[in-house]
Design a protein around this ligand. Structure first.
Ligand code: TSB
Ligand code: ZN
Length: 682
């Protein structure tokens, strides 16, 4: 083969021979002009690449999302994305990415960030640029500007972006000596660019810039071929942040946007966002008076209002009952313990960062517990145990405290004080499988009763590279993983794996629920633990009279009360099934003279175990109906002279309207049966 020829290996196995310096665009043209028009970016991998050490993992040091991938030099031998117009200089495997490839969307979004920065500089030339990566939900760009942007500015920026897209300016990559780039940026007062260049390049390097029109940005790409390829975008919101996260630094303004391949995709996303807003448990929690968060108490420490507390109590009573039926014994233990207990358990070594600092009482150091396991272990230890007692299932609605980062806190779903539907099962190794499947059955039963239909299984394993976060004992980890896989396989459950999500003491099977936006969280969890029993030297006397070590299964069926109720609020958009609705029946007297009949109704309904609210305000009937409807109460019973005489009520059903009148006894019988069957429908 002549020296100036390179071979392009295509995904279908065919090989194209082209002059060195040809581009992915040339390859696309040689296949079909339609493909060339549809291609967004190319993925290449050198054919003769010498194996090199693994690429640095992003997210180390204090990098912000996207920072490293945007600036750090790519590993030349690794698979990577390149511009369609980038000259190819060696034999490569090449794949042209179109709108079918999610990686191409990231490229579109990063290009959209450049389009936004272009628009901002045209409108506000005094602005200085930070960085602008793609994110899971779109992109952002950080700006420094003495005057804060306003919402009107955001609209103007979006309009200007449309203009930049309309100009269809090619994204052109340019190179420049590092020292030259630094000098130019310094002269312009671009302190953030200077920082990025100093941090991500070394003296003597060439730096990579991308130009579209007159806009130039320090960036290593790749980008779409031209601004016209950013077809569907929207400027979303604005937030403030300190440069490098340090309050002593200047305030930056971060503008968020999103971009999609098409208007249709964008519209679908915006509709989902609306739906998420409608269901947002933080908003509904306020509107329906379920919980509140008060600055004076602190972030992540919600206060349960009477109605939210009612839901919580129902959930607690429900799960306690289910556990009693399935052989759990309930205990109570304090939320504090001596630090030494957590030193012994390993929490101190591996989970320290998630704990509140200890209270120094001079003679002893106490700490708020981040987990309930050590307390339950001490209950196991409180007497000699025989194999006849196993499996011993110790359960508790255990309150625990975790020092979650303030930025991660959210309403009830991620808090700092939480009550977990916890249990620790102490069993023999032979009993693990059966106990595991019992827990799975319990989870399925609870989900069915709560109306949760969509969930997925995640096998959470350790990250072997992260020594500090996990107990160091390979044999134990392998055993735990094998036991969990066997249990999952024997139940035929489909699962995916995730490295780095295990507990510090062992692997877990997590049950994941997604919100409207597809964002997943862990709810139920089942964890196999060989570490804590050995740490506390737990034993039982076996049938052979000898002492053996039990295994522990940590499990939570309905997660923390906080997280599960956050989920239920959003899942039902506040329209709870009858059995968990904080107020099940609203009573609406037509006129003031019907209030006494209302009180009688209230007594009878309460006697039947129903939760009732009588609206005896001196308001018009329609106003009362409107207000109670806003509270999403399942049944409104309206009554006047006619109903009073007949001992009847006129029934309005949530979401279905007026159903006419019926005798009170009939209504009670119907409501009781819906509660008993935990019906989702009214
Ligand atoms: C199951 N020791 C085990 C227990 O025995 C344990 O604590 N496991 S855990 O750390 O995974 O936590 C259990 C569950 O609590 C998680 O699966 C999650 O659903 C819930 N949870 C964890 N952190 C929070 C938080 N900050 N706010 C609300 N719920 C949380
Ligand atoms: Zn535990």
């Amino acid at each position: 083969m002549p020296d100036n020829q390179i071979q392009i290996h295509l995904p279908d196995g065919s090989i194209k021979q082209l002059p060195a310096g040809s581009t992915a665009h040339d390859v696309a043209m040689s296949i079909s002009p339609r493909l060339a028009a549809a291609a967004i970016v190319a993925r290449i991998k050198p054919v003769h690449a010498a194996p090199t050490k693994a690429a640095p993992t992003p997210g180390d040091e204090k990098s912000e999302p996207g920072e490293r991938s945007m600036y750090a030099a790519p590993d030349a031998s690794a698979e990577r994305l390149v511009d369609l117009r980038a000259p190819l200089t060696e034999d490569v495997h090449l794949q042209l990415l179109t709108e079918k490839d999610p990686d191409a969307l990231q490229v579109v979004r990063h290009s959209a960030a450049h389009v936004m920065a272009t628009a901002v500089l045209e409108l506000f030339p005094e602005a200085r640029l930070g960085h602008g990566p793609a994110t899971d939900a779109g992109f952002f760009y950080d700006f420094h500007r003495p005057t804060p942007f306003t919402t009107d500015d955001l609209s103007a920026i979006e309009l200007k972006m449309a203009e930049v897209v309309g100009r269809d300016e090619p994204f052109v990559r340019e190179y420049e000596p590092r020292e030259q780039g630094l000098a130019d940026y310094r002269a312009e007062g671009d302190f953030m660019k200077v920082h990025f260049i100093e941090r991500f390049t070394k003296p003597g390097d060439e730096i990579s810039l991308y130009r579209n029109g007159t806009f130039v940005d320090f960036c290593r790409g790749p980008h779409v071929p031209s601004t016209g390829r950013v077809k569907a975008f929207k400027v979303m919101s604005l937030s403030g942040a300190y440069w490098l996260g340090d309050e002593k630094n200047p305030q930056l303004q971060r503008i968020y946007g999103t971009a999609f391949f098409s208007r249709k995709d964008l519209d679908e996303y915006l509709a989902l966002l609306e739906e998420a807003k409608r269901r947002d448990h933080r908003r509904l929690g306020k509107e329906l008076e379920l919980f509140t968060v008060n600055e004076d108490v602190g972030a992540g420490l919600p206060l349960w209002l009477p109605k939210g507390a009612t839901i919580r109590r129902l959930l607690e009573e429900y799960i306690l009952q289910l556990e009693r039926e399935t052989g759990y014994e309930h205990v109570y233990t304090p939320a504090l313990a001596k630090v030494d207990l957590y030193v012994r358990s390993g929490h101190w070594a591996h989970y320290h960062e998630d704990m509140f600092p200890p209270m120094d009482l001079k003679t002893e150091q106490l700490v708020l517990r981040p987990m309930n396991c050590p307390h339950h272990i001490l209950i196991y230890e409180s007497k000699l145990r025989s194999y006849r007692e196993l499996p011993l299932r110790l359960a508790e609605l255990g309150t625990m405290y975790r020092y979650e980062r303030s930025g991660a806190l959210s309403g009830l779903s991620r808090v700092r004080c939480m009550t977990l539907n916890d249990a620790h099962i102490f069993c023999t190794p032979d009993q693990i499988k059966e106990e595991f499947s019992n827990v799975m059955r319990l989870v399925e039963r609870a989900y069915r009763d709560l109306g949760i239909t969509r969930y997925s299984y995640r096998l959470s394993l350790r990250d072997p590279a992260n020594k500090e976060k996990y107990v160091d004992n390979d044999e134990m980890w392998e055993l735990g993983e094998r036991v969990l896989r066997e249990a999952l396989d024997s139940l035929g459950l489909p699962y995916r794996e995730s490295r780095g999500d295990a507990a510090f003491y062992g692997p877990k099977l997590d049950i994941q629920l997604a919100d409207v936006m597809g964002h997943e969280e862990t709810y139920s969890t089942i964890q196999v633990d060989f570490h804590l029993p050995s740490q506390f030297a737990l034993v039982y006397t076996a049938a052979d009279g000898k002492q053996h070590r039990p295994v522990m299964i940590h499990r939570a069926v309905v997660s923390t009360m906080e997280r599960m109720i956050a989920y239920l609020i959003e899942h039902y958009a506040g329209n709870f099934p009858l059995w968990i609705a904080p107020v099940q029946v609203g009573l609406v007297p037509i006129a003031e003279r019907h209030n006494d009949y209302g009180k009688k109704l209230q007594e009878q309904l309460r006697a039947a175990g129903l939760r009732v609210e009588l609206d005896s305000r001196n308001e018009k009937m329609n106003a009362k109906i409107r207000d109670l409807t806003m509270q999403k109460i399942p049944y409104l019973l309206v009554f006047g002279d006619k109903e009073q005489e007949a001992g009847a009520v006129s029934v309005r059903v949530r979401g279905k309207g007026d159903q006419g009148s019926m005798p009170l006894a009939d209504f009670i019988a119907k409501a009781e049966s819906l509660v008993a069957s935990k019906s989702i429908e009214l």
